[in-house]
Design a protein around this ligand. Structure first.
Ligand code: AMP
Length: 557
């Protein structure tokens, strides 16, 4: 497949800088096809899936065409949902970061009309909106389209499925005659075709033809994970399957850097390769990897193409590639020379469609995997630990420690208690507040063992309020599970990861109370919650969580 750099697409230095900062190494196929045509002023019908990079394909020309000195709406992007409108707005903001005086505003239902009207009045040039709310603004005169030059219908098929056909026609009829139109859609149904015929002028149709390529004969798995928990999922898979080495592919330089940092912070020997790293350093990293100097290499496709290691135990798609060819190229590095290898893809939300697409274009089956639970990982670790204990007993290597154990036995513990406590500590377990029943007490309260993640986890006393003020940037969350139901503070971390999509490293201090527990979480997360309680879906059923500043008065004391 032909590769295109962004620099070859004739873009401004500001956009090239923004793209570089986002870590995009090369243009995706739809970007390489659509950007030059849109920049040239032609109408476009782009057939592309979500995840193909279509947002930047129209957002880059939209930004390039916007005149910052003109304080009037010049670009309108219609999106099917509020989520997509905000997502597209986010991407436009990032891409336009280096251009002064460009304002992009999302408008959608279910959020203050007045606030949006004010933002529009301040001179927004790019508007991203859902059809219903765009019509409201048009009818009330808060959105004027006299100076509009470019309209994009994003996910046109979905908008029609959602019943927006008449709204879309109304909006398109309100446009000035002299304008450029782009339709982006995964499919082009007869209804969309009619809209195109009526509203687009001699459009260029861009269909990204994918060549089919056969995948190597290895087992491929995908794991569906909540957004923002990919890193946890990766750690669990590596841990549970005891993978010792492999390559992890990401789509951007930024993700490569973040992931390599996160792996290193977990003590996992790893390094990185991407197009932003000087060639000499890349060669050093590669040689070190080949020599077994570290276990996991995190890389982009650009850097990955130069990797001449091909008998890997594991290849992970931390992000799915856009192109089936890249997918095959990535996973073809495992399991060669008769060795067993695994190819694993982590997918979130609508990425599942990409799996079907990859299956189709690689003529292979990608099986759905189930993430091991914390309990299963714990069990496996315990089994491995017990096996080591057995071997240690057989070899006699532990004899020198007997004198210390005898001390504990003399203090009144029995041998099962001592062994169980040692196993608990070795498993990274916490030391809970002393139990009420009689028994030996530790002389000094030992420092809790570091948890598996970076969160600081403790069991507090009988708190039915948070143990202290939240740290800056953090807030307390009240969770409707008391000490009886929880047992171990790690359960709370696991439930928040599972039910709220929080990465475990973002869950800080945990305090177990009699009626409820408290977890310190990022302020931005707590801010989004309803003060009257939120049902968090978990494998234990729905669990209610509240942001603490809005606890019912009587609970606050
Ligand atoms: P989209 O299909 O527009 O929803 O984009 C999917 C994701 O890919 C978004 O997170 C984009 O930021 C990212 N993306 C878009 N273009 C590129 C590119 N050329 N290289 C790497 N990532 C990209």
């Amino acid at each position: 497949m032909e590769r295109h750099t962004f620099a070859s697409l004739g873009l401004s230095p500001e956009i090239l800088k923004a793209v570089d900062k986002l870590g995009f190494e090369e243009a995706s196929p739809i970007q390489a096809a659509a950007i030059p045509v849109l920049m040239g002023g032609k109408d476009v019908v782009g057939q592309s899936q979500t995840g193909s990079g279509k947002t930047a394909a129209f957002a880059i020309p939209a930004i390039e065409k916007t005149d910052p000195a003109l304080h009037a709406v010049q670009v309108l992007v219609l999106c099917p949902t509020r989520e997509l409108a905000t997502q597209v707005a986010g991407e436009v903001h990032k891409l336009a970061a280096g251009k002064r005086g460009i304002h992009a505003v999302p408008v959608y239902g279910g959020s203050s009309f007045e606030r949006q009207a004010q933002e529009l009045k301040r001179g927004a040039q790019i508007v991203l909106g859902t059809p219903g709310r765009v019509i409201d603004h048009l009818e009330r005169g808060t959105l004027k389209l006299e100076r509009l030059r470019f309209i994009v219908l994003d996910e046109a098929d979905r908008m029609l499925d959602m019943g927006f056909r008449d709204d879309i026609k109304k909006i398109l009829d309100a446009m000035p005659a002299e304008k450029q139109t782009a339709f982006f859609s995964a499919t082009v149904s007869p209804t969309i075709r009619k809209l195109i015929d009526r509203y687009a002028r001699d459009p260029v149709t861009l269909q990204i033809d994918q060549k089919t390529v056969d995948a190597p004969d290895i087992t491929q798995w995908y794991y569906e994970v909540p957004p923002r928990t990919k890193f946890d999922a990766l750690l669990r898979i590596i841990d549970f399957q005891s993978y010792r080495s492999g390559i992890i592919f990401c789509n951007t330089q930024r993700t490569v850097d973040e992931l390599a940092d996160d792996l290193q912070a977990q003590g996992i020997p790893s390094d990185r390769l991407h197009g932003g790293i000087a060639q000499a350093q890349r060669t050093r990293v590669m040689n070190k990897f080949k020599a077994g100097g570290f276990d996991f290499l995190v890389a982009t496709d650009v850097a990955g193409r130069g990797i001449d290691v091909d008998d890997l135990e594991l290849v992970v798609n931390f992000d799915l590639p856009y192109d089936p060819e890249d997918y095959v190229h990535r996973i073809g590095r495992t399991g060669r020379a008769g060795k067993q290898g695994a190819a694993i893809s982590l997918v979130t939300g609508r990425d599942v469609h990409k799996i079907r697409y990859l299956e189709k274009f690689t003529h292979s089956a990608i099986r759905r995997g189930k993430l091991p639970t914390a309990g299963e990982i714990g069990e496996k670790r315990t089994d491995a630990l017990l096996e080591r204990v057995r071997q240690t007993i057989e070899s006699g290597s532990g004899q020198g420690q007997m004198i210390h154990i005898d001390r504990l036995l003399e203090e009144g513990s029995n041998s099962t208690e001592v062994a169980a406590a040692l196993l608990h500590i070795l498993n990274g377990g916490e030391v809970a507040a002393p139990a009420a029943q009689p028994g030996p007490k530790p002389k000094a309260s030992p420092k809790p063992a570091p948890s598996e993640d970076r969160g600081e986890v403790v069991a507090a006393g009988t708190a039915d309020e948070p143990p202290r003020k939240a740290k800056p940037g953090k807030a307390w969350l009240r969770i409707a599970l008391g000490r009886e139901a929880v047992k171990n503070p790690r359960d709370i971390v696991d439930l928040l990861v599972e039910g709220a999509g929080l990465p475990s490293r973002e869950v800080g201090f945990i305090a177990l109370g009699d009626e409820a527990s408290y977890a310190e979480v990022p302020f931005d997360f707590a801010k989004g919650l309803s003060p009257s309680g939120n049902a968090m879906p978990t494998s234990r059923g729905d669990i209610t969580i509240w942001p603490v500043s809005s606890l019912p008065k009587k609970k606050r004391r």
